[in-house]
Structure formats: structure tokens, C-alpha cells
Design a protein around this ligand. Structure first.
Ligand code: CU
Length: 165
């Protein structure tokens, strides 16, 4: 008798639990707040002059966004160092110039240049640095670029950043 009751009750309970799980998963998927790992990214760099990846899409649900730059090259820092500097696309050449003039003492970023939206420190092989900026600083209709302002890198070492529409 007990076993008949068990077999008749179990499938119903199981289906109910399963549908509850489906509803929960659907709610999680529709949640308007972005998960913490959506609001951060890691870029790699090495002895070649490139950011990997070279494109970043910032979810608009993020309040802040964190970029971490790593350097996994082999050459010494004096030869190949990198930073990550965020600007409006139209400001790229100008910021590259002021960065070069500023020199190594300020990580090749002029602290007075208001066109710099965010930037990391200058890093050498085996090092990493992160920068967090407010997503409210970005506009969806604006094209942003990032570059490395270390000696001679800016013409090649570039990427793009956009705010998701
Ligand atoms: Cu560089």
C-alpha cells in the first residue's frame, strides 16, 4: 500500500520541482542587473604590439567596468612595456602625442590630458594592472578606442570599445 502511494506521488512532485527550476532559470535570465563577471574583462599582451582581444563591448547594465591588462611577453620592460588607455576614437592621435611627451615618469600618460577617460599603469612582462571606470562616462552613440602609449606602440597597438545598445 505504501509503495503504491509512493509511486503515484513521486512523478507529480518531480514535475512540479522541475517546472519550479525552469521558472527560476527564466527569472535569472531576465534579471536586469548584469553579473559581476560581465562587467570586467582581461586583455592579454605580449612582445608583439597587440591587445588580445582588441574589441570590448561594455554591457549597459554595468555601473562600473574593469579592464585588466596582462603582459605575457619575454622581453624586458625597458624594451616592451604596455599600458591601456581609453579615449574617444577622435582623440587617439592627440592622446598618443601627449603621452609620448609625458614619458616614463607618468607611465606615458599626461595626467593633465582630460581626453584620457581611463588608463592602467605601464606594465612589463609578468605584470598586470587593472582600471575601473564608471559606465556612465560612456555614450552609446560614441566610438571609443584604446591604445598603448608606450614609445612607438600607438600607431599599431589599438583596439575599440563600444557601449552595448
Ligand atoms: Cu605597448
Amino acid at each position: 500500500m505504501a509503495s503504491t502511494r509512493l509511486t503515484s506521488a513521486s512523478p507529480g512532485t518531480f514535475v512540479f520541482q522541475l517546472s519550479l527550476l525552469v521558472v527560476l532559470l527564466a527569472l535569472l535570465g531576465l534579471a536586469p542587473t548584469a553579473r559581476a563577471d560581465d562587467c570586467a574583462t582581461v586583455l592579454d599582451s605580449d612582445d608583439t604590439l597587440r591587445f588580445i582581444p582588441a574589441n570590448i563591448e561594455v554591457p549597459k547594465a554595468c555601473k562600473t567596468y574593469t579592464v585588466t591588462l596582462r603582459h605575457s611577453g619575454k622581453l624586458p620592460k625597458v624594451a616592451v612595456a604596455h599600458n591601456w588607455v581609453l579615449v574617444k576614437k577622435a582623440d587617439l592621435a592627440g592622446v598618443a602625442r601627449t603621452g609620448m611627451t609625458a614619458g616614463a615618469g607618468t607611465d606615458y600618460v599626461d595626467p593633465r590630458d582630460a581626453r584620457v577617460i581611463a588608463h592602467t599603469k605601464l606594465i612589463g612582462t609578468g605584470e598586470a594592472d587593472s582600471v575601473t571606470f564608471a559606465v556612465s562616462a560612456l555614450r552609446p552613440d560614441q566610438e571609443y578606442a584604446f591604445l598603448c602609449t608606450f614609445a612607438g606602440h600607438s600607431p599599431i597597438m589599438q583596439g575599440t570599445l563600444t557601449l552595448q545598445k
